[in-house]
Ligand binder design. Structure first.
Ligand code: ADP
Length: 623
């Protein structure tokens, strides 16, 4: 008897595509394999084809199990030849398939959608990839989290964002109108979000959520956006900034700043030359010519001569507006004697700055925090285990003599602005009791150096590469946020229960390093992690972080050994000047050692950016 053509599975499509391994465990390898796919009326099968041999079937998905088929919209580099991804979600699994071109991708997506349109389908889906423990589209850390975009079972996904649904419970905490500007584009991820368009202005409505503020766009749409993507409105109308002092002479500026007598006290004033501005800064730091007395230094705001006329101070860190330039130097000295810490003004207005509003939101009630055993001892004080808000936390206390309250608040403020899955998360701070403390997410496996040493001999190549990749992700984020870590080393990284490595101490290192900078004898520098330009000229940049990252990769592949173990700092400097570098660790593949050597190029501009390092490491991890 012949099979009934109406019931026998009919082949709909077949062809070669790539598929990504489904990585059920964090340590299982991530790879992209070429497979021969056949879609018929009952299932989707894929097999490995070997020349001259029978194909081996590697998988079969019954169509009735499929819940969503959609193209993947992503900007991640795709490390296989076929660059057009789409996803097939079945049971609780995600199969990522890659087509050679968009037509082929649409052909597969349409055919699969057609065959599954009567299934019990998802109403929402994730438009971007799942990777590194989070959804790239919405940042959700749960793989099975419901989708963040509407799923259309017929046709392909619309690019149109979901309309914002105003929240009737919204609290208006700020009576005064604050205007912010988007520094990046943002695509809504939740129904309550609105998109951000770079350089457009928004009115701040509610700041009661620390990371997500409610804003209103120019068309009156109200919704939530990530704080990190917005900044105070900068314009060249500098008169409204509290750091600007109109009609003040150089002598008056010096008098005001000397009276304030705080390291980094600063103001912007008119230069004698009409239309030009000067930044005056108070410092106690010894100068290169041996000056030791507290004094005021004056930096002229310069402009490049090309048509853009970008602004800069001591070195060529260029900005379109003076407020942007000041904002940058409030976080980075970048050639100045000190960074701009406290603005001084003849008649300070009394409207709170956005940062001040933020820091209030981070205050933790000491009664809600319980403290446990000591975890370790840090540079500023002891680190304790704690319990807060239903979870285990790490509490970093700060000795009174280690940092002033003002300095502490300022550093904490920096940390509240930075948020990334591979940065140790700050939950809040406690200023109301002594000693002051910062409350961080708890990472079960503690400091990376200790972890590497204690588990020596047990690491697989992908574990070591995964650690480098984690750190490069955090650093790529810091680099793109214009933030310099300055003390990147394994001792300043922590390890989670899932063996993820997260970068810590990204806001706390600055005052310590500034003090060292003040001493400038070099003796206390984390010399063995420092680039030549930091050692010779204390010149920090993202590229000096890149050098330290090379040393950190070396620490990882040496399973926690101390770099240049038996050499003094002076010997290290001598060998670096002679062009010598750390040797290739036994466990380190040639490809990774080449990246380390790239990080240790003499000239900062010859070193890769973190974006490039991340890309390179990710492609090594994929094969
Ligand atoms: P510092 O950088 O100020 O010297 P550390 O951050 O190194 O201090 O903290 C000292 C020790 O406390 C670390 O080596 C680690 O063992 C422990 N520790 C610090 N932060 C955490 C955290 N978030 N989770 C778990 N342990 C931590």
């Amino acid at each position: 008897m012949y099979p009934n053509p109406n019931t026998y599975p009919r082949v709909i499509l077949k062809g070669t595509l790539f598929k990504k391994s489904q990585q059920k465990r964090r340590t299982s390898p991530c790879n992209y394999k070429e497979r021969y796919f056949i879609l018929n009326t009952e299932d989707l099968t894929y097999s490995e084809r070997r020349p001259g041999k029978k194909p081996i079937q590697k998988g079969c998905i019954e169509l009735c199990r499929i819940k969503c088929v959609e193209i993947v919209r992503s900007d991640v580099p795709i490390p296989c030849e076929y660059k057009y991804p789409f996803q097939v979600v079945y049971d609780s699994y995600y199969l990522y398939m890659f087509a050679p071109d968009n037509d082929c991708r649409l052909k597969w997506v349409r055919a699969l959608k057609e065959e599954t349109k009567h299934n019990k389908l998802f109403s929402t889906y994730h438009p971007d990839f799942w990777g590194d423990g989070r959804w790239r589209c919405c940042g959700h850390m749960e793989k099975l989290a419901p989708g963040c975009s509407e799923y259309y079972p017929t046709g392909t996904a619309s690019k149109k964002p979901l309309p914002p649904t105003p929240d009737p419970q919204r609290r208006y905490s700020c009576s005064e109108q604050k205007v912010v500007v988007a520094i990046k584009n943002f695509k809504p991820v939740e129904k309550t979000d609105i998109p951000l368009h770079k350089d457009e202005e928004y009115i701040v409505i509610d700041t009661s959520e620390p990371n997500w503020w409610t804003v209103q766009d120019k068309d009156g749409n109200v919704g939530m956006v990530p704080c990190l993507y917005i900044t105070e409105k900068f314009s060249n109308d500098i008169e409204k900034y509290e750091w600007y002092n109109k009609d003040i002479t150089r002598a008056e500026a010096e008098e005001l700043l000397m009276k304030e007598s705080k390291e980094g006290a600063f103001m912007v004033r008119d230069s004698r030359q009409a239309g030009a501005y000067t930044v005056s800064v108070f410092t106690k730091a010894p100068g290169s010519n041996g000056e030791k007395n507290p004094r005021v230094k004056h930096y002229k705001v310069r402009q490049t001569e090309n048509e853009d006329g970008k602004f800069y101070l001591a070195e060529k860190y260029l900005f379109s507006t003076i407020p942007e330039l000041i904002n940058y130097h409030q976080y980075n000295a970048a050639g100045l004697i000190t960074r701009l810490r406290h603005c001084v003004c003849q008649d300070r207005g009394n409207s709170p700055r956005i940062e001040e509003i933020v820091s209030e939101k981070w205050e933790v009630d000491p009664d809600e925090l319980s403290l446990g055993k000591e975890l370790g001892c840090g540079q500023f004080g002891v680190v304790l285990e704690g319990f807060w808000n239903g979870k285990k936390v790490a509490v970093k206390t700060v000795r009174e003599d280690a940092m002033s309250e003002e300095e502490f608040k300022e550093e904490a403020k920096i940390m509240t602005k930075l948020s990334h899955p591979k940065l140790v998360k700050l939950y809040g701070m406690c200023m109301q009791r002594s000693p002051m403390c910062l409350i961080f997410e708890f990472l079960e496996n503690g400091c990376l150096t200790d972890f590497l040493r204690s588990k020596k001999g047990s690491f697989k190549p992908e574990d070591l590469l995964g650690m480098c990749l984690d750190v490069s992700e955090a650093m790529d984020y810091l680099e793109s946020s214009n933030f310099i870590h300055r003390d990147l080393a394994a001792r300043n990284c922590l390890v989670s229960e899932k063996l993820e490595v997260k970068v810590s101490d990204f806001g706390m290192t600055r005052p310590v390093l500034d003090d060292l900078y003040v001493c400038s004898t070099g003796s206390k520098f984390a010399m063995k992690w420092s680039s030549p330009e930091v050692i010779n000229h204390t010149k920090f940049s993202s590229k000096s972080d890149v050098w330290s990252f090379g040393v950190l990769m070396w620490e990882i592949y040496s399973e926690g050994r101390l770099p240049y173990e038996y050499r003094s700092n002076a010997e290290v400097i001598e060998s670096l000047n002679a062009g010598q570098r750390l040797l290739q660790p036994r466990l380190c593949p040639e490809t990774v050692y080449q990246l380390m050597q790239w990080c240790w190029k003499e000239k900062p501009e010859d070193r890769p950016s973190f974006a490039l390092l991340l890309h390179q490491l990710a492609s090594l991890a994929d094969f």
